[in-house]
Design a protein around this ligand. Structure first.
Ligand code: FES
Ligand code: FES
Length: 237
């Protein structure tokens, strides 16, 4: 039989246990809540061991990340930022599936370290459209069947956007005939193929890709090869 004194002791013990558990729960929860609040305030994840804090401008948005110096731009885009438009084909600088624009120049993002891109403007295929309005090169790829499986397409499109800009700036290619003034309107099929030779397509959708670039340069018809296919199919051009 319990005396009133025992009940008091029980209550006290229960209260003590309850208070101890509450305190322990608060102690466990407090640091993580504090961490969340701090992260939300600063949006700067603290670098872990071997990591560096890097601020990258991607598609016009500044983002700060803690990453190891060995991480490529491609892996940062795909694995850390969810920008999976840029594809990993070879991861060796051989296929061009990972092509992005950095300060307007096309690069293989699988060969670029993310930590070296601070202060530069990075544009991926996700950043080419303006809201719902596609970039003219994207539209040209759709209208000329410049793709089959689509795996190489983001790289092809980024490379084509850079190609147009390079011609406008007067950059010559290995097959440019008149080195003094390469012109978009005079860009031959051979020129386009040469200038896109760093981007491979396993589906071999090259006719459509060339036609898309021709359309983007303002040329018509899009492609002699495409026109030939249309003729062979008996479809009015
Ligand atoms: S994945 Fe970068 S060149 Fe192939
Ligand atoms: S469309 Fe399939 S790899 Fe180019």
């Amino acid at each position: 039989m319990h005396s009133p004194e025992d009940g008091k002791k029980h209550k006290t013990r229960r209260n003590f246990l309850g208070q101890a558990l509450t305190a322990a729960g608060t102690a466990i929860a407090a640091p993580s809540l504090l961490n969340q609040a701090t992260a939300a305030q600063t949006e700067k994840p603290a670098p872990g061991q071997g990591e560096l804090s890097v601020s990258l401008n991607i598609n016009g948005k500044q983002q700060t990340l803690a990453i190891e110096p060995r991480v490529t731009l491609l892996d940062t885009l795909r694995e850390r930022l969810g920008l999976t438009g840029s594809k990993k084909g070879c991861d060796h600088g051989q296929c061009g599936a990972c092509t992005v624009l950095v300060d307007g120049q096309r690069i293989y993002s699988c060969l670029a370290l993310a930590v070296m891109q601070e202060g530069k403007q990075i544009v991926t295929v996700e950043g080419l459209a303006k809201g719902d309005v596609l970039h003219p090169v994207q539209t040209a790829f759709i209208e000329n069947d410049g793709l089959q499986c689509g795996y190489c397409t983001p790289g092809q499109i980024c490379a084509s956007v850079a190609l147009l800009d390079e011609v406008k700036r007067g950059c010559a290619s290995a097959v440019t005939v008149d080195l003094t003034k390469p012109q978009l309107m005079n860009l031959s099929e051979a020129e386009i193929k040469e200038r896109l030779s760093g981007n491979l397509c396993r589906c071999s959708a090259y006719n459509g890709i060339v036609a898309a670039v021709q359309q983007a340069t303002g040329q018509t018809p899009p492609s002699p090869a495409a026109a030939m296919l249309v003729r062979e199919a008996g479809v009015p051009a």
